[in-house]
Design a protein around this ligand. Structure first.
Ligand SMILES: [Zn+2]
Ligand SMILES: [Zn+2]
Length: 281
């Protein structure tokens, strides 16, 4: 399986001179399976450039789009995803239960009511909601996808991908908590992420910021390192960078995480997600 980041930012796109290294587009990832099949995660603004690339390649677009949830920063790019305007495209959608409502609402609320010049029902591509993940594992060309509920306002899903003995976990917009009356706890995520080769996890805040932002549904980087450590993950990728964070500050956060891992005598590799960055596993 190969992976490419098309959007790494949280909350709002922030292009500009302060975000050149890690990127300003919001959440979108491209996962290419060993079979060549493509799975896209989320339709943040990063999906625009990915769509342009798919159209340029002039191959028929036959993809799965998995949606974590429908906050703006995860759906905003969908009307600009060029393959939806081609009759030959086939887009199978799965993910959090509100995902179709969110994607449709970037165009209209079934009435063509003026949010966007095009109506959702006039899109040319075949767009179908699978609704498999809410009932269990989704299989795509030998890839097994499982989901876990997020601690995030209005909810959402994190995903675990397993293919040919390799495991990739993607969890964004998630507040890691050691205790609480509702929702999943740190220990639940530790077992979901157990021995993953790569874990990509929300690390929007610093430990100094988190107390002011409890219940906003995001994690501080210290909790994220703790999760990776307790789950014996090989490589951690910090994700959903705060929109106010400049490149240099993200570099410092990454170094701080490496230091935290060193103090635990852990061989954990830490990276910060970079727009257009690629990985294989
Ligand atoms: Zn988000
Ligand atoms: Zn969110």
């Amino acid at each position: 399986m190969r992976l490419k980041f098309w959007g790494t930012r949280g909350s709002i796109p922030v292009p500009g001179i302060d975000t050149i290294l890690f990127g300003g587009n919001t959440t979108c990832l491209e996962v290419t399976l060993d079979s060549g099949k493509k799975v896209i995660i989320d339709a943040g603004t990063g999906i625009k450039s990915l769509g342009d690339k798919l159209v340029e390649e002039k191959k028929e677009v036959d993809i799965h789009l998995l949606m974590t949830h429908i906050h703006w920063d995860h759906i905003l790019g969908f009307p600009f995803f060029a393959p939806i305007y081609n009759r030959s495209s086939r887009i199978l959608i799965d993910g959090y239960q509100t995902c179709m409502k969110g994607l449709r609402n970037t165009f209209d609320t079934k009435m063509g009511d003026g949010f966007f010049p095009v109506k959702f029902d006039d899109l040319r591509a075949e767009i179908r909601y699978l609704e498999k993940l809410r009932h269990g594992t989704l299989e795509i060309d030998g890839l097994m996808v499982d989901s876990i509920n997020l601690n995030h306002p209005q909810g959402g899903y994190g995903f675990r991908f397993r293919e040919n003995g390799k495991t990739l976990v993607f969890i964004t917009d998630n507040e890691l908590r050691e205790d609480g009356r509702r929702g999943k706890l740190m220990k639940d995520y530790v077992s979901f992420c157990n021995e993953a080769d790569i874990l990509i996890h929300d690390a929007q805040y610093t430990p100094e910021e988190i107390d002011e932002r409890r219940d906003w549904g995001h994690s501080d980087y210290r909790s994220t390192v703790e999760l990776a450590y307790r789950a014996s993950v090989k490589e951690l990728i910090l994700f959903h960078h705060d929109p106010s964070r400049k490149d240099q500050e993200i570099t410092t956060i990454k170094s701080n995480c490496e230091e935290l891992a060193r103090k635990k005598d852990s061989a954990l590799i830490v990276k910060a997600a970079q727009e257009r960055g690629e990985l294989s596993l």
